[in-house]
Design a protein around this ligand. Sequence first.
Ligand SMILES: Nc1ncnc2c1ncn2[C@@H]1O[C@H](COP(=O)(O)OP(=O)(O)OP(=O)(O)O)[C@@H](O)[C@H]1O
Length: 644
Amino acid sequence: MVKQTIQIFARVKPTVRKQQQGIYSIDEDEKLTPSLEIILPRDLADGFVNNKRESYKFKFQRIFDQDAKQEAIFENIAKPVAESVLAGYNGTIFAYGQTSSGKTFTITGGAERYSDRGIIPRTLSYIFEQLQKDSSKIYTTHISYLEIYNECGYDLLDPRHEASTLEDLPKVTVLEDPDQNIHLKNLSLHQATTEEEALNLLFLGDTNRMIAETPMNQASTRSHCIFTIHLSSKEPGSATVRRAKLHLVDLAGSERVAKTGVGGQLLTEAKYINLSLHYLEQVIVALSEKHRSHIPYRNSMMTSVLRDSLGGNCMTTMIATLSLEKRNIDESISTCRFAQRVALIRNEAVLNEEIDPRLMILRLQKEIQELKDELALVTGEQRTEALTEAELLQLEKLITSFLEDQDPESKLEVGADMRKIHHCFHYLKKLLTDKKIHGPSRAPFSEVKDQVNQGPSTEEEYKKLREILQQRDNEINILVNMLKKEKKKAQDALHSSSMDRGEPRRSQSSPFPPGNPEGLRTLPLSAPTQAQDSSVIQYRSSLLHRKTGVREEMSLGRQEAFEIFKRDHADSVTIEDNKQILKQRFSEAKSLGESINEARRKIGRLKEEITQRHVQQVALDFHSPSWLKIQITCSRLSLNSLPT
Ligand SMILES: Nc1ncnc2c1ncn2[C@@H]1O[C@H](COP(=O)(O)OP(=O)(O)OP(=O)(O)O)[C@@H](O)[C@H]1O
């Protein structure tokens, strides 16, 4: 919410005669709140002793003197309001001043030069430029144009009517709902998607306004005109819509009836105009007074329409247009006084957000469906109709994206529909079966399924290994027990025989050789040596240790058992035979190697001999005939080709 008093600005219309300039001065020194001083020229008709005040000072947010350009007016007054409208707040800019003080020139602009464009076309230009720049929201713009003449509203944008008089235009009436919101019946809203379309609407409205002028009605002078830009914005996918309105108001001339000096129809008009401006003043006085509970908005159509702009949800700005000529001094002072009162009014602008009804309906429909599904689940009610193709496809997409999601916390949300839940399970099962048949590369989420498959297979492997280990341990224990019995028997036999001889004796038949109290030699071992056996045992032990991850040391009892195991193994005879064959082959290979070495040595000796002969031959070369050289060369070549 933005709390702000109505901002007031003054604009002085260029005067025709230069000498008129001396009747006012602008004090820009007071930077924050510049002041306009209106000096009353001394009237000799009042006599030399004159108690009348000679000057009046009024403070404004800013004062634009005669040379102020339209662009400066837009930049300083209208642009900030347009920005707040783009942000979602309501805005109003109204021009107040006597006839011909420059209200229409300021709000709509002059027709002669492009640079004379007023606040309305410049604001439209600015708004559409901003909308184009901002792609984060979806904007919709509508335009309405209302004229209030003699307390009657007319729709200036109705395309069905070719207006020749104001009465030809559709009449707009004010309706108020129980929440005191104002609705304008018969006021058409026209969508404008571009600046050009909006400007065309402005042109249509202004043309209707001119055509509808009665000979008595000097158009803008006696009517109030409200050009409104309705802007709604929404973020894509969001149900929240922001709506804001910008009223650009060109009020009727504020001169007093007494001064107009008119009668007949013009007097009636003047009374209406004065009445509506009088009511506007009443509203403003009421609003500027603290603790006033009743604000007389309903007294006139104009105050009803601008209800929100005055003391309500709106950022409001007033431009006091002044024609500071001597004959207009009183009117100018009156305009400035009015502005000072307006400056006291505090508005509270809020963001106008509402939920898009269409999206709201869709959201509620979805919620109803979800609740129905939940209810069916809780009451056990079965839904029998099959899921549609589209539903199945959507479910499968959901499952795939769920499986591919790296986030372990992600959830598969399918609602409370049992049919969907069942389908999810079936689909997952199918994916897992496919993976088992075709391997991991076939599935799009192989990683996930790998994890699923890896766990149990490792577990199984461990279990099997443990079982084998347990089995082996049992076998070993049995064998060790058997061995112990054998040992005991042998010891007993030894003991009894030594007892017979009367001396201790180590016999060839003794099952236990020295250095081996466990009596391993007594076993008919088929392995070549004990050293080789123990290395095999160590290797196997380390293999087992590596496979199972269980720390295990091979005890002596286990070594014994291992020897027995080797001996009794079905393949032990074959292994032994193979060993013999290998031994035989080894000795053959050894003797072959020796004969090869002998041949090499012979070749070496022959080579040495040849080299010696070669040297001798070189010495004879000087005296030998050429046929001998050829012969020697031939013999060299044949020698070189001998194997080394
Ligand atoms: N700042 C300005 N610079 C140049 N010309 C101006 C300026 N203000 C007003 N005028 C001219 O003065 C004349 C009267 O101005 P305008 O019609 O805007 O007054 P008004 O206050 O709207 O009068 P009415 O109450 O009759 O509607 C027009 O011809 C307009 O072009």
